[in-house]
Design a protein around this ligand. Structure first.
Ligand SMILES: *Cc1c(COP(=O)(O)O)cnc(C)c1O
Length: 425
């Protein structure tokens, strides 16, 4: 252990890391766990604590209902405009609303209704299963002739473009929407955003990307690729806090053509006229439905500000270096113990987490959390996900996590845990 070459490497990489100072902008409990689950719930930015005090004590406590005219009303657009900068969209193309699931439903159904001559939504089985449930609900709501078709990944890790192209070609003229997760939740496979969008367009389909696992972890350029629709989550790499509202993107040219399937007063043209007939607001605001959750909405901003300050190119470069380091550690130290890499080896096809398969994955995950103070997460049937958040993850943490995994195996620490997953994993 004295001359562990990986420990030295980790130390050097941390010392040379120009994003290292950002870690001090987050709550990191001294002696607390090594947190490798920022891909599921990002750490708490210090700025969010200050903001929470201000919004509760002053804005709510003192300003009361006047708060609506002092910034709350336009908060969905204002925070949306900031998030737009993380995804290559214009400020008026992104708005914060609802949850990712609800936004996905709204956009998918709006697209199906706008394109009645095309019965299909196409997706793939690497997509977050809940997205598939939502897309199926949207097709059912659009009419009995509408269908969701799910393309199968050949290996459960990647989806070759040729497979995608073939599925689109088979349904030529019939696909209203190709709806995919840009970075897939289990393996972290990343679709080529521009190339796949171009394939969809060649088949006359609109493109909808769920960027939940990409936003804040890598640069995205939705506008340049001509993407029509997108949704995404604010509690992962954006560090917006548990249950933070999500965002939706509609390319400007389509905004006036699409109708919100859950029309509500907040998305109406004149909410305080209380007309019995609904008329939509101009632009993206029509995709709001009910009153926005101001307290959690306002807490999204501090994390986004840190990401903008750090710069997505630097974030992506560090993320690639860190996941590469993790894979190298895993090849050397974990593969001999039965762990199998379940993420792409090619950096350009890999998001910001690394999935490792092991038949005892669930019990290993519990031993890491309960015995060794390492927090990764687990995805059925046997995947441990180790998430890297360049704003606060250190190389030393990655090295320590891999040593902990070795310890769990060598001392068989996992054997004292139940093999049956329960609760939030
Ligand atoms: C995290 C995530 C969601 C979350 O949806 P909620 O509505 O917030 O529960 C949806 N889709 C994908 C692809 C995700 O990664």
């Amino acid at each position: 252990m004295l001359s562990d070459p990986f420990a030295n490497r980790a130390r050097k990489l941390d010392a040379a890391d120009e994003l290292a100072p950002f870690r001090s902008q987050f709550v990191v409990e001294p002696g607390g766990p090594i947190y490798l689950d920022g891909n599921s719930l990002g750490r708490l930015p210090l700025g969010a604590i200050e903001r929470a005090h201000a919004v509760v004590e002053q804005e709510w406590g003192e300003r009361l209902i006047r708060g609506w005219n002092e910034g709350w009303w336009t908060l969905p657009e204002r925070v949306g405009a900031k998030i737009a900068r993380l995804m290559g969209a214009d400020p008026d193309e992104v708005i914060v609303a609802d949850s990712t699931s609800v936004n996905l439903f709204k956009l998918a159904l709006a697209a199906l209704r706008a394109r009645p001559e095309r019965p299909f939504i196409l997706s793939d089985d690497l997509n977050f299963p809940s997205d598939l449930y939502v897309l199926a609900s949207a097709t059912e709501s659009a009419g009995a002739d509408r269908r969701l078709e799910v393309v199968a990944s050949p290996d459960g890790i990647t989806l070759p473009q040729a497979t995608q192209a073939e599925a689109l070609e088979t349904r030529r003229g019939e696909v209203a929407l190709l709806a995919l997760s840009h970075t897939t939740f289990k393996s972290a496979f990343v679709h080529d955003l521009a190339a796949v969008t171009a394939l969809a367009h060649q088949a006359g389909a609109w493109m909808l990307w769920d960027v939940s696992h990409s936003i804040g972890a890598m640069p995205l350029d939705l506008r340049a690729a001509g993407v029509e629709l997108a949704v995404g989550c604010c509690y992962k790499y954006l560090c917006g806090g548990p249950g933070a509202p999500a965002f939706l993107y509609i390319r400007r040219e389509l905004q006036e053509q699409l109708a919100n399937p859950i029309a509500g007063w907040i998305g109406g043209a004149a909410p305080f006229h209380f007309e019995t007939e609904y008329a939509p607001a101009r632009g993206l605001r029509r995709f709001l439905t009910g009153t926005p959750p101001i307290l959690s909405l306002t807490l999204i901003e501090p994390g986004v500000d840190l990401l903008l300050e750090a710069g997505l190119d630097r974030i992506r470069a560090k993320s690639v270096r860190q996941t590469e380091f993790l894979i190298e550690l895993s090849d050397a130290l974990l593969a001999p113990l039965g762990f199998e890499l379940r993420s792409p080896r090619e950096a350009d096809q890999r998001g910001s987490h690394v999935a490792l398969g092991h038949p005892e994955g669930w019990r290993i995950n519990q031993a890491l959390v309960e015995r060794l103070g390492i927090i990764p997460d687990f995805r059925v049937p046997d995947n441990l996900r180790l998430g890297v958040c360049p704003l606060y993850t250190t190389y030393a943490e990655l090295h320590a996590a891999v040593l902990a995994l070795r310890r769990v195996m060598e001392k068989r620490l996992y054997e004292e845990f139940s093999p049956h997953p329960a609760g939030v994993t």
